[in-house]
Structure formats: structure tokens, C-alpha cells
Design a binder for this molecule. Structure first.
Ligand code: SR1
Ligand code: MG
Length: 394
């Protein structure tokens, strides 16, 4: 008898249907359709729908290279396991805000999960005029709970270190270290920007003070294993409608500085502050404020009720932690604003502006705001000061 060893290969739409049937997610005699709908930078995403009862399913599969660049950029498919494991951790902590995981195959590097096609990717919704009234409250709660319950202060130091080991994610972290903290600050091949922006970009490359501060933030990302991060928490990683919010795609998860996830949420809402006007703009400023207020309030309650560390129970230590997370978040938000404007993997909030002058003006604002947040983050020690710097850049 020969034993056939299962090996990795990318699914086709027909193979995705067959897998769903083999796993008995659907009846054999039903009518299934499947479309590959992956529009992100890295993965295949199969949406399977039962045309009779309209029940749906998602199969997400990692490709062995970065789709955004092509096969010339090999990338570990082990990230699928990191993502599935992170979805399980976050799903345990904040079940309302994470898709359900039904099945994982580490060899095929795939996860079968809840169909969220009744929701829209938040970035797309925002660009099309949606404002999602609950999204900032939900993201504030998501951040408070995930960043508290994965920390030393909730898990205790031994269990936390086991989790750090489980979520070692070197290749994906390396992408972030390059694309966010390195490449935008010199003439790297990965950068992408309009030639008209070159003088603005060269100003960044020559700004030694800015590069010093980015190096400090990069050191924090490299070395500070504070909490289990989502690691790529931009508005393209969030599904939403008026009532629901779901955070997807944590393949960049690892133990890092808490302010990184908060900063990415800030920055990606700030793109909408930059590209909108009047009441809409105020609404997105309010979203940023709500994320922070809800985070601060709920994180404080969790800390006061549940910290396991005796010395950390003092109010002044909690204040120190919250101030540190805020300062870090402001700096990381600045880095995200800059990388999404001139580095690899842009955002449609900016690139989708058809009018050249308006698009370039928005990009200059993003670069100016990013620079200000990074350099001035130590002085930006209240939310009001943060918003004053944001408004001064518009
Ligand atoms: C090569 S991956 C480029 C970007 O896509 C992901 O969503 C992350 O943001 C990463 O930096
Ligand atoms: Mg992603």
C-alpha cells in the first residue's frame, strides 16, 4: 500500500468546492458556486455559496509568495497557521469582533471561516461615503480587550512567554520592518510615488531628525514584546456595516508594542480626515477620539479589576502604561501615514482620488502629518494636542 503524502498546492475554485464538500460544510446534492475574491496583497480567498439556501463559506489560502509583487517575492505559507491561531486567541477574547474559524489545514495553508459577505471592507465603505457609526466604539473595545488579555498583566509572565514563542513570525515582521520602518526613508526599490512628489520625498530622506525618531520606533517594534498584536490593523482588515464590526486577516500577528495596533487604526481613520471635509471630516476626527476614549476607559477597567501583577496595581503605573501606549500609537500612526503614501502597498483613500492636484495635495498632507506625529509624539501627550496637530496639517 502506498501512502500519499499531502503537499501544498494552491486551490482552484473547483478544488475549493470539493474541499468544502469533503469537509461536509454542504450537502452533496446542493448547488455550489465559488469565486476567488482575494483583493489583498498576499492570499487567495474563495467565497463559496450554496445557491439554494444562500449559506456561504470562506476558504482563505496563503500563497507561497507576496501576490502584490509576484513570485519573485517568496513568502512562507506558515503565516496561515499564525493567522488561524491568532483568530482563535482573538475570537476567545472578543468573539463579536472576529470571524469564526471552522477548520484549519496547515499543509494546504488554509483556513475555513465564517462568510462575512453581508459586510463591506471598511476602507471601501468609507471611500463610498459610509461612516459606520459603531466602528470606532467596537475597535476601541477590540483594542482594549486584545491588548490587555494577551499581556503579562492578564496572562502572567510564564504563559505570556509561551504565547510569545507560539507567535514568533519573523518573515512577516521583516516585511513590516522594511516596508514601514526602513524603505520609505531612503531610495528603496519598493517605494512608489508620483514623480511630482519626489522633492517632498527627498526632503524626508534628508530629514535626519525624522529618521532618528523612526529608528527609535523601529527598535520598539523589533524588541518590545508587550502584547499579541494583529500586526496589520488598517481599515482594509476590518469588515463593517452600521451595527457590526469584524477584524480579519491577522497573519502579521506577533508579540510587539501595544501602540502599533492602536496607531494603525488611528492612521487609517486619519486618511479619511485628510480626504474629507466639513461634517464628514469632523465625524472621522470623532471616530479617532472614540477609539481612544473607549480603549482608555475599558483598558483601565480591565487593568484595575484583573491585573495579576502586584506592583502594577498602582494608579501611577497604569497612567504610565496608558501614556506610553498613546505616545507609541501617535508615532506608529505617523509611520503608517508615510508608508501608505510613498512606500509599497498604498491605500485607495489617497490613490483613488482621480484629480491629480487634489490627490497630490492629500498625499502632501499625509506626509506632513506623518512627519509631525513621529517627531512631536513626546509633546503630544493629550488627545487634544493630537487633534491640534492633525488639524494644523490639513
Ligand atoms: C508585501 S505585503 C504588503 C503589505 O500588505 C499587507 O497588508 C501589509 O500591510 C504589508 O505591509
Ligand atoms: Mg492583510
Amino acid at each position: 500500500m502506498s501512502i500519499v503524502k499531502k503537499t501544498y498546492k494552491p486551490l482552484t475554485e473547483a478544488a475549493a468546492i470539493q474541499l468544502a464538500l469533503n469537509l461536509q460544510f454542504f450537502n452533496e446534492d446542493t448547488d455550489l458556486t465559488c469565486r476567488e475574491i482575494g483583493d489583498g496583497n498576499l492570499n487567495l480567498v474563495f467565497h463559496i455559496v450554496d445557491s439554494i439556501d444562500k449559506k456561504g463559506l470562506i476558504i482563505k489560502q496563503a500563497l507561497p509568495y507576496a501576490k502584490v509583487v509576484g513570485e519573485s517575492w517568496p513568502l512562507t505559507v506558515k503565516r496561515a497557521k499564525i493567522e488561524a491561531d491568532a483568530l482563535k486567541v482573538f475570537g476567545h477574547i472578543v468573539p463579536d469582533y472576529v470571524p469564526k474559524v471552522y477548520y484549519v489545514d496547515d499543509v494546504l495553508a488554509l483556513t475555513v471561516m465564517e462568510d462575512l459577505s453581508h459586510l463591506t471592507i471598511a476602507r471601501t465603505g468609507f471611500i463610498n461615503g459610509e461612516t459606520y457609526p459603531q466602528i470606532s466604539k467596537h475597535l476601541g473595545e477590540y483594542l482594549a480587550k486584545t491588548l490587555f488579555y494577551t499581556s503579562d498583566y492578564a496572562l502572567g509572565p510564564e504563559l505570556k512567554k509561551e504565547q510569545v514563542a507560539k507567535f514568533i513570525n519573523p518573515e512577516l515582521c521583516h516585511i513590516t520592518e522594511d516596508l514601514i520602518f526602513t524603505d520609505p526613508y531612503y531610495d528603496a526599490d519598493t517605494n512608489e510615488f508620483e514623480e511630482t512628489l519626489r522633492p517632498d520625498v527627498e526632503t524626508l530622506w534628508q530629514d535626519e531628525e525624522l529618521k532618528f525618531h523612526v529608528a527609535v520606533l523601529k527598535k520598539s517594534f523589533l524588541t518590545e514584546a508587550e502584547v499579541l498584536l494583529h500586526g496589520d490593523l488598517h481599515t482594509g482588515s476590518v469588515f463593517a456595516d452600521h451595527e457590526e464590526t469584524k477584524v480579519i486577516d491577522p497573519e502579521f500577528a506577533f508579540y510587539g508594542p501595544a501602540g502599533f495596533d492602536i496607531g494603525q487604526v488611528f492612521a487609517n481613520l486619519l486618511f479619511q480626515v485628510i480626504v474629507t471635509k466639513d461634517e464628514k471630516q469632523e465625524l472621522f476626527v470623532n471616530h479617532v477620539q472614540t477609539v481612544w476614549n473607549v480603549f482608555e476607559e475599558q483598558f483601565t477597567q480591565l487593568w484595575q479589576a484583573e491585573t495579576k501583577d502586584e506592583l502594577s496595581k498602582s494608579g501611577s503605573f497604569l497612567n504610565y502604561i496608558i501614556s506610553k501606549y498613546f505616545e507609541d500609537a501617535v508615532g506608529f500612526a505617523g509611520c503608517e501615514l508615510i508608508r501608505r503614501t510613498i512606500g509599497l502597498a498604498h491605500v485607495a483613500d489617497l490613490d483613488g482620488i482621480a484629480d491629480d492636484q487634489k490627490r497630490l495635495a492629500a498625499k502632501r498632507k499625509a506626509l506632513g502629518l506623518g512627519t509631525a506625529l513621529i517627531k512631536q509624539r513626546k509633546g503630544i501627550n493629550t488627545f487634544d494636542k493630537f487633534i491640534a496637530v492633525v488639524k494644523a496639517s490639513l
